[in-house]
Design a protein around this ligand. Structure first.
Ligand SMILES: [Zn+2]
Ligand SMILES: [Zn+2]
Length: 143
C-alpha cells in the first residue's frame, strides 16, 4: 500500500498549507482531469492576479513532494498534475489525436506479475502513461 498524506496529517507534521497551496490543491481536487502548470496558472490568476507562474510551479513541486499530487509525463515534455486520490490508475495516450483514457491498476498488475515471474524484477509503476493509437484513430486509418 502506498500512503498518501492527507491535509490534516500534514498539518500535524508541521507543514504549512498556505493560501496559495490550498487554492491550487482545491483546484486540482475539483478538476476531473489532469492539468498542466500553465492551465492551473490560467485558472488561478483570474481571481488571484497576485499569483504568478513561478509561484504556481513552486507550489506544484511542493504539493508533489508531500504526496498530495501525482504528476504524469504525457509526452513532449508536457507534465500534468492531478490530485493524489486513492484509486491508482494509469493512462493510455493516443499519439495521433492526444486523446487520453484512464485504465485501472489491475491491468498493470497483470504485467507486474509477469515481469516478476519472468525477470525476478519487482516493477513499481506509479501512474504511468502508455502511448499508442486510440480506437478511433485506428478505425480512421483502415477506412
Ligand atoms: Zn492520472
Ligand atoms: Zn486518437
Amino acid at each position: 500500500m502506498r500512503h498518501h498524506h492527507d491535509i490534516q496529517a500534514l498539518r500535524k507534521q508541521g507543514f504549512r498549507l498556505t493560501r496559495q497551496r490550498m487554492l491550487i490543491l482545491e483546484l486540482l481536487r475539483s478538476s476531473e482531469r489532469h492539468m498542466t502548470a500553465d492551465q492551473i496558472y490560467a485558472e488561478v490568476s483570474q481571481h488571484h492576479p497576485e499569483i504568478n507562474l513561478a509561484t504556481v510551479y513552486r507550489t506544484l513541486q511542493w504539493l508533489h513532494q508531500v504526496g498530495l499530487l501525482r504528476k504524469i509525463d504525457v509526452g513532449k515534455d508536457r507534465l500534468e498534475y492531478e490530485y493524489a486520490h486513492d484509486a491508482e490508475h494509469h493512462h493510455l495516450i493516443c499519439k495521433v489525436c492526444g486523446d487520453q483514457t484512464q485504465i485501472d491498476n489491475h491491468v498493470i498488475q497483470t504485467l507486474q506479475a509477469h515481469i516478476l515471474e519472468h525477470y525476478g524484477f519487482e516493477a513499481d509503476p506509479d501512474h504511468v502513461a502508455l502511448f499508442g493509437r486510440c480506437a478511433q484513430c485506428r478505425a480512421a486509418e483502415t477506412e
